[in-house]
Design a protein around this ligand. Structure first.
Ligand SMILES: Cc1cc2nc3c(=O)[nH]c(=O)nc-3n(C[C@H](O)[C@H](O)[C@H](O)COP(=O)(O)OP(=O)(O)OC[C@H]3O[C@@H](n4cnc5c(N)ncnc54)[C@H](O)[C@@H]3O)c2cc1C
Length: 587
C-alpha cells in the first residue's frame, strides 16, 4: 500500500462542505433502512449516509446472520412481545417504544426476503422456520450487500470511509456533523435539516478474556469497529442518556468469543458444568430453566467457574451428524471463522463439547436498554437529532428486525421534520477551526515530535482498568463502590493524557478518536453503575456491596446528562410507565 502523504500543516487539510436534507450517521442495518424509508416518505428529499467503513460490509451484519431473533409469528401479539421483552430485561423497558417497534418488526424482514435473502420455511411451506420463541432462521450471509444495493438504488448518497467525530451544534439544535476521511484525510462538514444517528453500540471498552496482546483486540463478539462514537457525540453535546448500567455481558464460545444461540437455541444443546450437570435445569428451574431471563443465562457459566465447578460447555455430544452439518452451515452464514476455528483445533463436537465463557461487557441498546433517551418518534433530547438501532436506549431485544424497524420509525419523523426548514443553518468558522484542530492534532504531534502515546497503548490501559475495576469478565462481572470510584479517578488520568495521543496515518487517527470516544462512554457507564445501588441484573450489573434488588428505589430508569458548562455527568431517575398489564417478570 502506498505510504500516506500527511498534510504539512492544519491549513493544508482540505475541507469538504456538503449539504443534504437528511444526514444519517452509520450505514449499517438501522441506517440503511432509515435511508430507504426516508426516500419512500418523500422521494425528493436528499438523503446522505456517512459511514466509517464501506456500506457493503459494515457493522453487525458484515459477516451475515443465521437468525432473526425477533419476528412476530402467527398468533403472537404486540402485548405478548412486550411481556416477553420485559421479563428478559428484569422488568425495565420503555413499553411505549417497544410497542411501536413491535408493530413494525416484520416489515424489514419480509422486504429482505423479497430483495433476495433466503429465509428457511417449516415443512408446510407456510411459516418461516422457527428457532426459538421469537426467532426465525435465515441464510443471511449476503444480507448486508443486498441492503447496501437497495440503499443505493433508492437514490441515497453514501460517503464511505468517512468517520463522524462530532455533531455540529447551534445551541441545543444539531445542524450537521463533522468527520474525516480515513483514506483521503479530508475534513468533512455536512449540514442537514435532520440528523439521524445509527452508529451501533460500543465494543472494546473492556478487556476480552482472550486478549493475548494488541493483535487480539478485534477478537470481540460485538462488531469491533462500533466503538461507541454515536453515544460519545451525544454525551459531548449534552444529550440525555439512559440505562448504561444495563450492560450486555453474554455467554460466548471460549477462546473465540462467538455467539452460542446458534448452538444452544438452534439445536437445544444444554449448558453443562465441569461435572456434567445441566446448570440451568439444576439451579434455575424456578426461573424457567433454559427459558430463564437472558441476564441469568449470561451469568451462569461465570458463577460455575467462580464457585469451582468450571469449565462449562454447551453439550454438543448428543447432536447427530446432520445437525452438526446444519450447525456449521448456520455459522457459515453468520460467523464463518468459527467453523475454521473448530477445524484448526481438529475438534469433533460430537465427541468434545464446545467450551463457553463470559464475553467482555458491551453497551448495546439493541440487546439491553443503554443509549439515547428518545421519544416514540425516536427523537432525542437534542433538537433535530433522531437515534435508532443499537445506539438508541430504552428498548432491549431489538436485534436485527427491531433495529431496522426503529430506523424506519425514525426516518418517518425525520423526513416530516424537514418540511419545517426552507434553508440550512450557517456554521461559524470558529466551530470548524476548533473541531479541525481536535481531529488532526495527533497527526501533527507525531509529525513534529514522533513522540507520544499510540491509541493501541491507551486502549489496553482503558480495557484493563474497566475490566479490573468496573466489573469485567476477569472479575466475574462484579464491582463495588470503591472499585468504581477507582475507575473514575483513573479514567480522569486517561482523559488528561489524551493530549499525548499520536497517529502516524489516517487509519491510526481513526483509532485515536475511537479510544477518546470509548473513554467518554466508559465514564458515563461508571457513573451509571455507581448510581444504581442494587443488583437488578446479576452478571450484567453485579454490585457486591448491594447484592439484592431494591424496587423501592430503583424500579425506574437511571438517566444522565453531561452538564456542558461544568463538565459534570449529572444523574437522575425517570419513572417507569407500564402500558401492558401483567407481572413485569413473567413472560
Ligand atoms: C456477532 C453478532 C451476532 C448477532 N446475531 C444476531 C442474530 O442471530 N439475530 C439477530 O436478530 N440479531 C443478531 N445480532 C444483533 C444485530 O445484528 C444488531 O443488533 C443490529 O444489526 C444492529 O444494527 P445497527 O444498525 O444499530 O448497527 P450496525 O448495523 O452495526 O450499524 C452501525 C454502523 O455505523 C457505522 N459507524 C460506527 N461508527 C461510525 C462513525 N464514527 N462514523 C460513521 N459511521 C460509523 C458502522 O461502521 C456500521 O456500519 C448480532 C450481532 C452481532 C454483533
Amino acid at each position: 500500500m502506498a505510504k500516506t502523504i500527511l498534510p504539512a500543516s492544519l491549513d493544508q487539510v482540505e475541507e469538504v462542505t456538503l449539504e443534504t436534507d437528511i444526514l444519517i450517521i452509520g450505514a449499517g442495518n438501522a441506517g440503511c433502512f432509515a435511508a430507504i424509508e426516508a426516500k419512500k416518505v418523500n422521494p425528493d428529499l436528499q438523503v446522505m449516509l456517512m459511514e466509517k467503513a464501506h456500506i457493503d460490509r459494515s457493522g453487525c451484519l458484515a459477516a451475515g446472520m443465521d437468525a432473526i431473533n425477533t419476528y412476530m409469528k402467527k398468533g403472537r401479539t404486540v402485548d405478548d412481545f412486550v411481556r416477553w421483552s420485559r421479563s428478559q430485561a428484569g422488568g425495565i423497558i420503555r413499553e411505549d417504544l417497544t410497542i411501536s417497534m413491535a408493530e413494525h418488526l416484520n416489515q424489514p424482514i419480509e422486504e429482505w426476503e423479497k430483495w433476495g435473502m433466503p429465509i428457511k420455511y417449516e415443512d408446510d411451506g407456510e411459516e418461516y422456520k422457527s428457532r426459538g420463541k421469537w426467532d426465525i432462521t435465515v441464510s443471511g450471509s449476503e444480507m448486508k450487500p443486498i441492503l447496501a444495493e437497495k440503499t443505493r438504488e433508492a437514490g441515497c448518497k453514501v460517503l464511505n470511509r468517512v468517520v463522524a467525530t462530532n455533531y455540529i451544534l447551534d445551541g441545543n439544535r444539531v445542524i450537521g456533523a463533522f468527520g474525516f476521511g480515513v483514506r483521503d484525510g479530508k475534513m468533512y462538514i455536512v449540514k442537514a435539516k435532520s440528523i439521524l444517528v445509527a452508529t451501533g453500540g460500543a465494543a472494546g471498552i473492556y478487556k476480552p478474556y482472550q486478549a493475548d496482546g494488541y493483535d487480539s483486540h478485534h477478537q470481540l463478539w460485538y462488531c469491533p469497529f462500533n466503538v461507541g462514537t454515536g453515544y460519545a457525540m451525544g454525551i459531548r453535546a449534552g444529550a440525555e442518556m439512559t440505562t448504561f448500567e444495563m450492560r450486555w455481558c453474554a455467554t460466548r464460545t471460549k477462546d473465540f468469543n462467538g455467539p452460542i444461540d446458534t448452538i444452544a437455541v438452534g439445536y437445544k444443546t444444554p449448558m453443562i458444568n465441569g461435572k456434567g450437570e445441566k446448570i440451568l435445569e439444576k439451579r434455575y428451574a424456578h426461573l424457567g430453566g433454559d427459558a430463564a431471563p437472558r441476564f441469568i443465562r449470561a451469568n451462569v457459566p461465570m458463577e460455575e467457574w467462580r464457585d469451582g465447578r468450571g469449565p462449562c460447555y454447551v453439550d454438543t455430544t448428543g447432536m447427530t451428524e446432520s445437525q452438526v452439518r446444519d450447525m456449521k452451515y448456520d455459522y457459515l452464514n453468520e460467523r464463518p471463522t468459527f467453523v475454521l476455528f473448530l477445524a484448526a483445533r481438529g475438534q469433533d463436537i460430537q465427541k468434545e463439547p464446545i467450551e463457553i465463557y463470559g464475553s467482555d461487557p458491551y453497551i448495546v441498546g439493541g440487546h439491553t436498554a443503554s443509549g439515547y433517551w428518545v421519544n416514540v418518534n425516536r427523537s432525542t433530547t437534542l433538537e433535530g437529532l433522531y437515534a435508532c438501532g443499537d445506539v438508541a436506549g430504552g428498548t432491549p431485544n431489538k436485534f436485527v428486525g427491531g433495529c431496522a424497524a426503529e430506523g424506519m420509525i425514525a426516518a418517518q419523523a425525520a423526513a416530516k421534520s424537514c418540511e419545517h426548514f426552507s434553508s440550512l443553518a450557517a456554521i461559524s468558522a470558529d466551530l470548524i477551526a476548533t473541531e479541525k484542530n481536535r481531529i488532526y492534532a495527533p497527526i501533527f504531534r507525531y509529525k513534529n515530535t514522533g513522540d507520544g502515546v499510540r491509541p493501541g497503548e491507551m486502549e489496553e490501559r482503558l480495557q484493563r482498568l474497566m475490566d479490573e475495576y468496573a466489573g469485567g469478565v476477569h472479575q466475574f462481572f462484579r464491582m463495588n463502590r470503591e472499585s468504581l470510584q477507582y475507575a473514575l479517578r483513573h479514567l480522569q488520568i486517561l482523559r488528561d493524557q489524551v493530549k499525548y495521543l499520536i497517529s502516524e496515518d489516517f487509519h491510526e487517527l481513526m483509532e485515536v478518536h475511537g479510544v477518546i470516544d470509548r473513554i467518554d462512554v466508559a465514564e458515563v457507564l461508571v457513573h451509571h453503575l455507581l448510581y444504581r445501588e442494587e443488583t437488578r441484573w446479576p452478571g450484567w450489573q453485579t454490585r457486591t456491596d448491594y447484592p439484592e434488588k431494591d424496587d423501592s428505589k430503583f424500579d425506574c430508569f437511571v438517566n444522565s446528562r453531561l452538564n456542558r458548562t461544568t463538565g459534570v455527568v449529572e444523574l437522575f431517575t425517570r419513572a417507569y410507565e407500564q402500558m401492558v398489564p401483567g407481572d413485569r417478570l413473567k413472560p
